[in-house]
Design a protein around this ligand. Structure first.
Ligand code: NAP
Length: 244
């Protein structure tokens, strides 16, 4: 049986670091999901191969229930010798604005991608996990979902919902030896944060710097490993001391 991990939003940023690290640390075959950026997804695959791992691309929009169902059921039917043991729900977007100016589409798109996307992908893989009596689900939340951040009502709602769903699902699955945890990063250097004023914002962080995608990936890798077998329903902050 080939053991696999599906990383949504694995083409860039935190998702790419998670994909490479899960391959390197745990020897998992990586399914790199992404929305549109083919060359970035190819680059993730190349980096996984450079650390001695294997990977394939699985392009779909996480918010599209029918597309998720079709892609994942085709993949599972064609890969009967494979077992998906780790799911990292990492795909996410921001559409920041004060609520008074926030268009309905910007609210919906953010919630659909982070929260509904997590439902779509997890829902489809649940029976597979339950049948295997093994699984690690790691949801990429955010400090925004715990503290609430002005200008991010949509994103805070999506990530807060993800945190609550993590806690609920962990209790549904604990008996089946499937753990469900969330990771809540603060400011992490990536395309998502490239337009922020890092020099100003880092002053808010007790460690006086943004975190790296690799630092988040190392936490995810630990949660996905056998070492974390008794941790479930948790939200783990990774924010340089910004919020606890
Ligand atoms: P990023 O650099 O913007 O990368 C986003 C990734 O998500 C890309 O791989 C993108 O694919 C994929 N994606 C976007 N929409 C998608 C969709 N509808 N379906 C499938 N894939 C989709 O973001 P990041 O900074 O690495 O963030 C990753 C996660 O961490 C997000 O959930 C984010 O909310 C969370 N987070 C980030 C920070 C931070 O400071 N960076 C802090 C807290 C939480 P394409 O390449 O095809 O566009």
């Amino acid at each position: 049986m080939r053991k696999c991990a599906l990383v949504t939003g694995g083409s860039r940023g935190i998702g790419r670091a998670v994909a490479v690290t899960l391959a390197a640390d745990l020897g998992l075959h990586i399914l790199i999901n992404y929305a549109s950026n083919d060359s970035a997804a190819e680059e993730t695959k190349k980096q996984i191969e450079e650390v001695g791992g294997t990977a394939e691309l699985l392009k779909f929009q996480v918010q599209d229930h029918a597309e998720v169902e079709k892609t994942l059921s085709d993949w599972l039917a064609n890969n009967k010798e494979s077992k998906v043991e780790v799911l990292v729900n990492n795909a996410g977007i921001t559409r920041d604005n004060l609520m008074v100016f926030m268009e309905e589409k910007d609210f919906d798109d953010v919630v659909q991608t982070s929260l509904k996307g997590m439902y779509n992908v997890t829902r489809h893989l649940l029976q597979h996990f339950v049948r295997n009596r093994a699984g690690r689900i790691i949801n990429m939340a955010s400090l925004s979902g715990l503290k609430g951040v002005p200008g991010q009502v949509n994103y805070s709602a999506a990530k807060g919902g993800m945190i609550a769903a993590t806690k609920a699902l962990s209790q549904e699955l604990a008996k089946r030896k499937i753990t469900v945890n969330a990771v809540a990063p603060g400011f992490i250097t990536s395309d998502m944060t490239q337009d922020l004023n890092e020099d100003e914002l880092k002053k808010l962080v007790p460690m006086n710097r943004f975190g790296s995608a690799q630092e988040v990936a190392d936490l995810v890798s630990f949660l996905a490993s056998p070492k974390a077998s008794y941790i479930t329903g948790e939200v783990i902050n990774i924010n340089g001391g910004l919020y606890s």
